[in-house]
Design a binder for this molecule. Structure first.
Ligand code: ADP
Ligand code: MG
Length: 409
């Protein structure tokens, strides 16, 4: 077998592995069942694409979205990997099946509903398999935030090929969800690899909301670069864009209800700007590549620690110092509790656990980063030196109303 570092250079054109990629790839090449929890952008795809090139046979990749699969396919083909998708929208399915049978594919992308059909299982028996890769593996867990019942049907397929290694990948999995993924997919506990969640250049700060406009204006005054203000409603994005314009900075609103042309223009203006503040709903940010965002401010509590991490993670992608400031209110938690009461009973325990974790993050007198990183399964130092509590340790007694009261009510 060719040295993985050579394949990394020659096929992918990268000079080295990033973070835990190397350990994940080594485990996979050694045939060990593995769950890799790595943040978005950390390079999860490489963890199965490289073994797919290195190992004899085809790597079967289960992925939940056809659009995602087609993106991956294009990227793989661009570096000369022999890949195909097998989905309902592909009209070259017969050709793909023939290529698979002939051993001409490194990667075969399929949706979970196809993967669970008996027909597909027969097909897989007709050629050599290198690896099963299960992308977005949190979809297998009811504890996860994006449960897909079809993912539960994967286990019999995996078990029909017990000698084929399996690699599950996800960006978002708290301890409970991770344990569930391991159980559901038959991966041993020591097969878990988690890392790379720390964003040391982001300074985290969290405080109770009092006068939102004033608080946000102060953040804007302290941070001259581009920033995102996450509002709680569409109406609030527009109100804040207007109110915060009084700081003298250019502002824009962004939400899914805006006229598409206006929305696109506001986004383009923000991406091009060096000092704009965009007041947005959480619809904003996905797929936007603006490395120099200097601050992300939340006018209300996000729906989970995962969401908080994802949204604050849009700050400081260039590695320069950036700030994430969350302003929370007890009413955010009251509303969240009410919403949980309305979801289907099977999901309430998971939702409640997510809310409790969030409550612990806003309430802590300790290091925010430590709570975040522990949530993602890392083992951080007690103090990071770059969050509000580490920089300005709070007094022992905090007179403000705590979220815990509302969580335990
Ligand atoms: P994820 O699925 O974890 O969100 P991707 O697999 O889409 O991340 O990778 C994110 C980006 O990082 C891609 O552009 C990929 O080409 C790049 N990348 C992955 N591994 C490396 C590496 N070792 N060196 C440099 N770039 C890398
Ligand atoms: Mg990915």
């Amino acid at each position: 077998m060719t040295d993985p570092t050579d394949i990394l250079r020659t096929t992918f054109g990268f000079s080295g592995f990033r973070g835990v990629q190397h350990s994940v790839v080594e485990r996979v090449l050694a045939g060990e069942r593995t769950l890799a929890v790595m943040p978005t952008g950390a390079g999860k795809s490489l963890c199965y694409q490289l073994p797919a090139v290195a190992m004899a046979g085809t790597c079967v990749v289960v992925s939940p979205l056809i659009a995602l699969m087609h993106d991956q396919l294009r990227a793989a083909e661009a570096v000369g990997i022999r890949a195909a998708t097998l989905t309902s929208v592909d009209d070259n399915r017969a050709e793909t099946v023939a290529r698979f049978r002939a051993g001409e594919l490194d990667l075969l992308y399929v949706a979970p509903e196809r993967a669970s059909s008996g027909h597909f299982r027969d097909l897989l028996g007709q050629a050599k398999l290198a690896l099963f890769a299960i992308d977005e593996a949190h979809c297998v867990s009811e504890w996860g935030h994006d449960f897909r019942p079809d993912y539960r049907l994967l286990r019999p397929l995996l078990d029909a090929f017990p000698d084929v290694p399996r690699l599950a990948l996800t960006a978002t999995a708290d301890a409970h969800t991770r344990a569930d993924i391991l159980d559901q997919l038959g991966i041993p506990r020591d097969g878990l690899i988690v890392a790379g969640f720390d964003r040391p250049n982001i300074r985290y700060a969290i405080s109770p909301r009092s006068n939102t406009t004033k608080q946000l204006s102060d953040i804007i005054a302290e941070n001259p670069g581009p920033g995102i203000v996450y509002a709680q409603t569409r109406a609030q994005t527009e109100k804040l864009a207007e109110a915060l314009a009084r700081t003298g900075r250019p502002t824009r609103a962004y939400h899914a209800g805006l006229d598409p042309a206006v929305r696109a223009r506001n986004q383009a203006d923000f991406v091009a700007s060096e000092d704009m503040v965009i007041c947005a709903t959480v619809a904003f940010g996905m797929g936007i590549d603006k490395p120099d965002v200097r601050f992300v401010a939340h006018a209300g509590t996000p729906k989970s620690i995962e969401a908080y991490y994802q949204e604050t993670g849009r700050a400081g992608r260039d590695g320069d110092p950036a700030v994430a400031h969350l302003f929370w209110g007890a009413d955010d938690f009251a509303r969240a509790r009410q919403r949980i009461g309305e979801v289907e009973p099977a999901r309430q325990a998971g939702e409640r656990a997510r809310l409790t974790a969030l409550g612990a993050l806003v309430e802590t007198a300790g290091c925010r980063r430590a709570i975040l990183l522990r949530h993602f399964g890392e083992d951080p130092p007690e103090s990071c030196g770059n969050c509000d509590n580490c920089l300005h340790p709070p007094k022992a007694v905090d007179a403000s109303v705590t979220a815990q009261k509302f969580l335990s009510a």
